[in-house]
Design a protein around this ligand. Sequence first.
Ligand SMILES: *[C@@H]1O[C@H](CO)[C@@H](O)[C@H](O)[C@H]1NC(C)=O
Ligand SMILES: *[C@@H]1O[C@H](CO)[C@@H](O)[C@H](O)[C@H]1NC(C)=O
Ligand SMILES: *[C@@H]1O[C@H](CO)[C@@H](O)[C@H](O)[C@H]1NC(C)=O
Ligand SMILES: *[C@@H]1O[C@H](CO)[C@@H](O)[C@H](O)[C@H]1NC(C)=O
Ligand SMILES: CC(=O)N[C@H]1CO[C@H](CO)[C@@H](O)[C@@H]1O
Length: 402
Amino acid sequence: MPASELGEAKDEQKTRVIVIVIVAVTAAIISGVLLIAYLICKSRTKFREKMENNVIIDRRIKSEREDLELPLFDLATIEKATDNFSSNNKLGEGGFGPVYKGTLIDGQEIAIKRLSQSSRQGLNEFINEVILIAKLQHRNLVRLLGCCIQGEEKMLIYEYMANKSLDSFIFDQAKGKILPWSKRFHIINGIARGLLYLHEDSRLRIIHRDLKASNVLLDSDMNPKISDFGLARIFERNQTEGNTNRVVGTYGYMAPEYAIDGLFSVKSDVFSFGMLLLEIVSGKKNRGFYHPNHSLNLIGHAWKLWREGRPLELIDVYSDNSWTLPEMLRCIHVSLLCVQQVPEDRPNMSSVVMMLGSESLLPEPREPGFLIGKNSLGVDSSSSKHQSSSTNEISITQLEAR
Ligand SMILES: *[C@@H]1O[C@H](CO)[C@@H](O)[C@H](O)[C@H]1NC(C)=O
Ligand SMILES: *[C@@H]1O[C@H](CO)[C@@H](O)[C@H](O)[C@H]1NC(C)=O
Ligand SMILES: *[C@@H]1O[C@H](CO)[C@@H](O)[C@H](O)[C@H]1NC(C)=O
Ligand SMILES: *[C@@H]1O[C@H](CO)[C@@H](O)[C@H](O)[C@H]1NC(C)=O
Ligand SMILES: CC(=O)N[C@H]1CO[C@H](CO)[C@@H](O)[C@@H]1O
């Protein structure tokens, strides 16, 4: 091969290498730029989505509010009423955030439920509560006065309940004593009528799903009002049963078919009502119930005493003679009917209200669900050792059922 040709070939090779290098470098730069642009775009979209979501939710709440003619409170008014959310005015923790007491300029007392800003789940419950409770009006349901939506702040404003929640009375040795039987019976009937309204008499059919002593509030005359509709569900008129993968509620009050299979219906609320009834009558908690002679929970204990024909041993809270035997026996009887294992066996709320108010003969209860206490979701029932029982009563909102 001649030298000149050889040189040409070498030059060609050089050019090729240069071209390849240039192409490679360009490609790398371009893809780098594209990648950066993509990342920026993505984070922007995410941010925008978040903002849009927020706007959509705010708009939704606002339109619901307008439909419902729910008054809007100014943030400054609320800050003033609660002394800037001072810890002195904090009443406790509700379903989706802290609850404060406030006093408006005109002297009216209010309770404010403030959505904690980190809680995504809380937002759903907040909206649920706005939509539901604003449509409901009954003297045994807590009344929503308005809401406050301003910037990041979202709050619901309720009438103030002077005597706090039912659990602070019935589970307290000292305060329990000042709650005579007549008041207890009044409270029981009020809760039953509130629940009946939710199930059958309102425009909607509503399953509360988290009925428990701490969700029953008492006004200054000790009238009971059901509160906390964050977990409630609306049913179609013709719907009888719902199913969920997310079992929410509170252990100790959940019906077995709900806790285990996620099936809820008016009858799972009836179970919770029966449980609550048993707690009001006995002054004891189902969860954390302890008896030296067996490992049954409160339902199991009541059932045992009932079958042995000595139901009145359930009761040791009344030092006075204010109670009337037939009423009390009837309440125990009705509560056992409500907590029966099979949902179809449980009475509906109209029957419950009727049974509580009459002296008609009641059917014999069948075996209740959840007789065994302490973590008894189908596990070892013969264990008789008493574990340190948790009296934690926070509603569970994140539990996966299956
Ligand atoms: C509440 O706090 C904010 C900021 O911390 C302050 O600007 C405002 O004046 C306070 N309002 C009252 C009523 O104290
Ligand atoms: C309830 O009724 C509506 C129409 O009125 C119907 O579309 C729906 O399928 C019914 N649901 C059930 C569970 O029967
Ligand atoms: C437990 O059983 C014993 C023996 O049967 C009995 O004497 C005692 O009263 C029971 N305890 C309670 C709290 O019922
Ligand atoms: C409630 O139960 C009673 C007795 O079983 C029944 O007659 C009545 O139709 C029921 N009410 C509703 C609304 O289902
Ligand atoms: C039993 C009980 O504590 N009742 C109280 C309910 O609230 C009113 C108003 O604050 C009090 O006057 C009652 O004593």
